[in-house]
Design a protein around this ligand. Structure first.
Ligand code: PMP
Ligand code: GLN
Length: 382
């Protein structure tokens, strides 16, 4: 059997969600909303299903969705994208990440990854026979270590994978940080895989800037979005990639090998979603910001050292002030069992030695009553 898969553990999200079910805990671990996505999108999916157009859709996606992705690129970021040759629809951002890496990496190529990292990045890079070069951001500031990032680039660098807004850090990369990354990518003739699934979930006036919009980066970036996050429908697994026409054909071939297509009714519904007015997108981040504030204030009141979150579904919190003797894995298990609230240990997002082990990640994409109940349980436990 494949050695890499045999040595890969079950994802922390599945492990912690199972533990939450086992203990009847409120699951603030795995990042999924406990509310439904917008009604027009749900209806469009149902109607499209009954439309009797349920056979294989085109490989790169139905024209409605490719058009909507191109239009969203123009509307939100001023990017002029050809819907026919520069958009590829995938079965979730998870597939998109793999497809983009497959599109550019050959065995032996180096790929720069930034810790904390989402759990699929590293195993996929290794599966492709490429060599990961890890650069680490550390809490509480999550600053980009520029000298280390520059040192991670070399003659064999083929790609960097950049996640902004970042899971679990809640960091939104600044224009200056992105310019630094863009310069390195261009100087090394590399590509950037941009995991931007939380693009519309930014707070406090922070706005997401796609690396692809920086000068000289349009031909070098593969920009990934997810309907799961943008429409609070994480089970749908509809992702979309925006890539220059010089890159998109290889991305499409990777998609052809991985899943070939994505359910047509969901694609048509996501096209309707991307066409919703600005009020929807503004409302999404406003509502989530209020949830972030609710959870962050509650955790702070309990004594946690809550870090700022500029975007995403998550807050990270230092639990040392509560006097718990143990690492983050022990803490997250303990509160699941004893307080009946589940969180994710932040060290799970680090691959190397010496990861921070005193932070837990809490998801706030939950009904207010659920957040309040979780805080009440933590207060009773403490
Ligand atoms: N990237 C990041 C950073 C994520 O947090 C997630 C989790 N949903 C994904 C990718 C996967 O997105 P999807 O569900 O669309 O596959
Ligand atoms: N993206 C989600 C999170 O970070 C989890 C997705 C998954 O379970 N694979 O919580």
């Amino acid at each position: 059997q494949n050695a890499l898969l045999s040595s890969t553990g079950t994802t922390v999200f599945t492990v912690m969600s199972a533990l939450a079910v086992q203990h009847g805990a409120i699951n603030l671990g795995q990042g999924f909303p406990d509310y439904e996505g917008p009604e027009p999108v749900l209806r469009a999916a149902a109607e499209a299903l009954l439309d009797h157009r349920n056979q294989y859709p085109p490989l790169t996606g139905v024209p409605e969705l490719r058009g909507a992705v191109a239009e969203a690129n123009r509307r939100f970021y001023g990017l002029e994208i050809d819907p026919v040759s520069e958009v590829v629809v995938t079965s979730g951002a998870t597939e998109a990440i793999t497809a983009c890496l497959m599109a550019v990496l050959d065995p032996g190529d180096e790929c720069v990854l930034i810790e904390p990292l989402y759990d699929t990045y590293l195993p996929v890079v290794r599966m492709l026979g490429a060599v990961p070069k890890l650069v680490r951001l550390t809490p509480p500031k999550w600053e980009l270590p520029r000298a280390e990032l520059a040192a991670a680039f070399g003659p064999r660098t083929k790609a960097i994978l950049l996640n902004s807004p970042m899971n679990p850090a809640g960091k939104v990369f600044t224009a200056a940080e992105l310019a630094f990354v863009a310069d390195l990518v261009q100087r090394h003739g590399a590509y950037a895989v941009c995991d931007e699934v939380y693009e519309h979930l930014t707070f406090d006036g922070w706005s997401h800037i796609p690396l692809m919009t920086l000068p000289g980066m349009r031909e070098r970036c593969m920009r990934i979005g997810s309907a799961g996050k943008t429409f609070s429908l994480t089970g749908w697994k509809v992702g979309y990639i925006t890539a220059d026409k010089s890159l998109a054909p290889n991305v499409a071939k990777a998609h052809q090998l991985l899943t070939f297509t994505t359910p047509p009714n969901l694609q048509r519904a996501v096209a309707v979603g991307l066409g919703m007015d600005d009020a929807y997108f503004a409302g999404l981040s406003t509502a989530l910001q209020a949830k972030r504030d609710r959870l962050a204030a509650g955790l702070s009141a309990l004594g946690f050292g809550v870090l700022p979150t500029q975007g995403s579904y998550f807050v990270t919190a230092d639990f040392r002030p509560l006097g718990f003797a143990g690492d983050d894995v022990a803490f997250c298990r303990h509160i699941t069992e004893a307080a009946k609230v589940t969180a994710i240990p932040v060290s799970a997002f680090y691959a190397g030695e010496g990861a921070p082990t005193h932070y837990a990640r809490f998801a706030f994409c939950k009904d207010d009553a659920v957040l309040d109940e979780a805080l009440g349980r933590l207060a009773a436990w403490k």
